[in-house]
Design a protein around this ligand. Structure first.
Ligand SMILES: NC(=O)c1ccc[n+]([C@@H]2O[C@H](COP(=O)([O-])OP(=O)(O)OC[C@H]3O[C@@H](n4cnc5c(N)ncnc54)[C@H](O)[C@@H]3O)[C@@H](O)[C@H]2O)c1
Ligand SMILES: N[C@H](CO)Cc1c[nH]c[nH+]1
Ligand SMILES: [Zn+2]
Length: 428
C-alpha cells in the first residue's frame, strides 16, 4: 500500500464527486426519465443493465416473491431475521414523540411529528446483492411509521439474470409490498419524478454506486434524500499493539465493495504499517472479488504515517470517514477526540462487518467526507416536523405591541396590521 504522511493528508477538500463524464451521463439520464418517463426508464435499463423489459414487467409480483423463498437457505433466513430484530431494537431507541407545552396564559407551543407518506428505498445490486441494505433502509422507515415503502433494485443482480432471491426475501421479511426491478440513476429519477408505472415518492434513501449517488444529488429538491452514501470507505486508526492481520482483513472488507471504495490505515507505527501492507497483499490474493479489491487498494488505499496520535486523529477528522475502526491500546479513550465519522468501531473484536450485518446500527452511512455534516440513516430521516402555535387572546394582547414593533422595523406594515386589527377590535 502507498505510504503517505498523515499531516498532509486531506488538507485540501475534494469537492468534485464523480468524473465529469459520470456527472454528464447522470444528468442526461435523470432529465430523460423526468421528461419521457417509462420510455427512458426502460431504454436506460436495457443500456446499463442489459435487461429488456416492458412497462408491465417492472413491478415484482407476489409469485416471484413466493418462489424466491424456495431459493434461500434456512441459515440465511434465520440470520436475517435475527439481524432484523437487532436493527429494529436499535432504531426504536431513535423514535421521538410530538410535544406541546401549555403556558399559564393558555399559549400552546409544540412540535408535531408526522411520518413521510411514501418513501423509495434503493437497494444496490450491480456488482453484488445487498439484502442487508434492504433491512437497513426499510426498518427505520417502518419504525417512523411510513405507510408506503417502495423498493427499487437493479433487474439483474451482480450481472446474473433476475433479482437476487435473497433481496426479495429480505424485502418480504421486512414487510415491503411494492418493489420494482430498476436500478442506477434511472431508478432514482423514476422515484423522484414518477413515471406511468412508478408513482413518485417523497424521499429516496439508500446507498449505491457513483451513478446512484450523483442521481440522488441531482433530484434533491424535487424530493428529499438521505445522505450521499456512495462507494464504501474504511479508515483504521492503530498503534503498534494492533493485529496486522485483523487490520488487513477489515481494510479488504470494504475494498471488495467497489473499485472506488477506499481503505486507509492511519498509524504512528512504521512496523505496523509494513506488517499491514504485507498482510493486505497476502490476503488480497485469496479473495473471490480480488480484482475489485485490488483496484480499490491500488487506487484508493493508503497507509498514513503520523508522528503522534494527535496528528493521526487530526487527519481522520479531516477525512470524515464512513467507517472508522479504532485499534489502539486504549480505544475508548480516543472517542472524545473523534469529531467526524459515520460509524465508529471500537477495539479488535468490533470488526466492520459486525455493523454491516448484525449489531443493529445502520450501515447506510455518509461517505466522501460528508460525515462532517450528515449522519447514518436513522428514524428522523423518515419523519417531518410541524411547529404548533396557539396564542390565546390574553397572550396576543400581552405581546402584540412587541410583534408590531419588530414587523414595522422590517418595513412590513401588513404584518403589523394583522396584529393591530385584532388589538383594535378588542380595545374598541
Ligand atoms: N455507503 C453505504 O452505506 C453503502 C452500503 C452498501 C453498499 N454501498 C456501495 O453501494 C455500491 C453498490 O454498487 P453496485 O454497482 O454494486 O450497485 P448499484 O445498484 O449501486 O449500481 C448498479 C447500477 O448502476 C448503473 N450503471 C452501471 N454502470 C453504469 C454506467 N456506465 N453508466 C450509467 N449507469 C451505470 C446500472 O443501471 C446499474 O443498475 C458500492 O459502491 C458499495 O460500496 C454503500
Ligand atoms: N459496508 C457497506 C457500507 O459501506 C454496507 C454493506 C452491505 N453489505 C455489506 N456491507
Ligand atoms: Zn460492507
Amino acid at each position: 500500500m502507498r505510504k503517505l504522511r498523515a499531516e498532509q493528508f486531506g488538507l485540501t477538500r475534494e469537492v468534485e464527486y464523480g468524473t465529469p463524464e459520470q456527472n454528464e451521463a447522470v444528468k442526461q439520464i435523470v432529465e430523460a426519465v423526468r421528461i419521457e418517463g417509462d420510455e427512458a426508464l426502460l431504454r436506460y435499463t436495457e443500456q446499463h443493465d442489459r435487461v429488456k423489459l416492458d412497462a408491465g414487467s417492472l413491478r415484482v409480483t407476489d409469485e416471484e416473491i413466493q418462489s424466491a423463498y424456495k431459493n434461500v437457505d434456512d441459515a440465511f433466513l434465520s440470520a436475517i431475521r435475527e439481524a432484523a430484530v437487532n436493527i429494529r431494537k436499535f432504531h426504536e431507541k431513535q423514535l421521538r414523540q410530538s410535544w406541546v407545552d401549555v403556558e399559564p396564559d393558555g399559549t400552546m407551543l409544540g412540535q408535531l411529528l408526522r411520518p413521510l407518506k411514501r418513501v423509495g428505498v434503493y437497494v444496490p445490486g450491480g456488482k453484488a446483492a445487498y439484502p442487508s441494505s434492504v433491512l437497513m433502509n426499510v426498518i427505520p422507515a417502518q419504525v417512523a411509521g411510513v405507510p408506503e415503502i417502495v423498493m427499487v433494485t437493479p433487474p439483474a443482480t451482480g450481472g446474473k439474470a433476475g433479482i437476487d432471491p435473497y433481496i426479495l426475501v429480505a424485502a418480504a421479511e421486512a414487510g415491503v409490498k411494492e418493489m420494482y426491478r430498476v436500478g442506477g440513476a434511472q431508478a432514482v429519477a423514476a422515484l423522484a419524478y414518477g413515471t406511468a408505472s412508478i408513482p413518485p415518492v417523497d424521499k429516496i434513501c439508500g446507498p449505491g454506486n457513483i451513478y446512484v449517488a450523483l442521481a440522488k444529488r441531482a433530484v434533491f429538491g424535487a424530493v428529499d434524500i438521505d445522505s450521499i452514501a456512495g462507494p464504501s470507505e474504511i479508515v483504521v486508526l492503530a498503534d503498534d499493539t494492533a493485529d496486522a492481520a485483523y487490520i488487513a482483513a477489515d481494510l479488504l472488507s470494504q475494498a471488495e465493495h467497489d473499485e472506488m471504495a477506499s481503505a486507509i490505515l492511519v498509524t504512528t507505527s512504521t512496523k505496523l504499517a509494513d506488517a499491514v501492507s504485507v498482510e493486505v497483499a497476502r490476503q488480497l490474493a485469496t479473495l473471490p472479488r480480488e480484482t475489485i479489491a485490488r483496484h480499490s487498494i491500488d487506487n484508493h488505499g493508503a497507509v498514513l504515517l503520523a508522528d503522534t496520535m494527535a496528528e493521526a486523529i487530526a487527519a481522520i477528522n479531516r477525512m470524515a470517514p464512513e467507517h472508522l475502526e479504532i485499534m489502539v491500546a486504549e480505544p475508548m479513550s480516543m472517542l472524545g477526540q473523534i469529531e467526524n465519522a459515520g460509524a465508529i468501531f471500537v477495539g479488535p473484536y468490533s470488526s466492520e462487518p459486525v455493523g454491516d450485518y448484525f449489531a443493529g446500527p445502520n450501515h447506510i452511512l455518509p461517505t466522501n467526507g460528508t460525515a462532517r455534516f450528515s449522519s447514518p440513516v436513522n428514524v428522523d430521516d423518515f419523519v417531518k416536523k410541524s411547529s404548533l402555535i396557539y396564542y390565546s387572546k390574553e397572550a396576543l394582547f400581552a405581546n402584540g405591541d412587541k410583534i408590531m414593533t419588530l414587523a414595522r422595523h422590517e418595513g412590513l406594515e401588513a404584518h403589523a396590521r394583522a396584529i393591530e386589527i385584532r388589538l383594535e377590535r378588542e380595545r374598541g
